[in-house]
Ligand binder design. Sequence first.
Ligand code: GLY
Length: 348
Amino acid sequence: MKKITTNSYEIRFSNDGYDYLNSLLSKKSYSKLFVIVDENTDKYCLEYFKSKTSLKPNVLKIKSGEKYKNLETCKEVWNNLTEMDADRMTLIINLGGGVITDMGGFIASTFKRGLDFINIPTTLLSMVDASIGSKTGINLNLLKNQIGLFSDPQLVIIDTNYLKTLNKREIKSGYAEIIKHCIISNSFFDDLIDRSSIHYNEDIIYNSIQLKNKIVSMDKLENNIRKNLNFGHTIGHAIESFYLNKEDKLLHGEAISIGMICESFISYKKTNFSLEIANKIKTHLNSIYPKINFNKNDLKEILSLMKYDKKNYLNNIRFSLLKEVGKVEIDVEIDEKLIMDSFDFYSN
Ligand code: GLY
């Protein structure tokens, strides 16, 4: 039986997760139970969840998509909780992808100064990344996760059956974080990098969660080693923000994939990362994700969004770069010219 124990909560897999939830419910005597879903998880995951637990929670449904990960949606849910008499002994269950686990955690942690919550990630992205590590938050206009807090769930349940409800594009989006974990930890890297298609299974998912948890256990508040997880994200988040209000959206993993290609090149220039491996990473990611053409104005806007990145301080853009596969250097200051050059590397 797979399980991962973090500093403060359990990550349980499949049926064991639901058994653990039941034991939690009998121990804690919660007054009320709410499950937060979006339009997709309401349709594709809620009935399955109920069948696994025999619970009859109150359901709070929000609109699907990163665009709705904002204060207006939180207000709507806080109002609903108030109208439905949620008190401090209420448990919130977040059933969904990264938007739901990030925002649901934030909603729970701030309502009446903090309700217990559990995460049941239904996407690959949320399983290997968003639901693990106690970050909760929402976007502020175009700025990703600008408002939020560190707050621990009571439990995370990983049930890969939910992945059957996803389309290929969503799966690929989550796969980008698996690749990132392989690159920064040098585990499974050689198995994956020469492939021209995605490859994941329960062991790879388990390994990915374990790797992230190991890092978070050492530095939950992201003062040092947790910044390793930001490889690909300084550029990736800015690209994702840039697309937030556009007709054609980019999914998180699609943006992070571009970020990892660009930042591999910057690593070659700044931290002696091998150009050969940077090219391998580029070839692998380009074989999976759509190629995007950026014009000069796009790049200017993306650069200005980078300036708001939470990793910056003293107005300098900071990167987590690779010295080699499995070794990251954090807080590296990079100038705008090199960032622009990295987009040439991506495009050619
Ligand atoms: N997604 C990066 C982190 O949780 O720190």
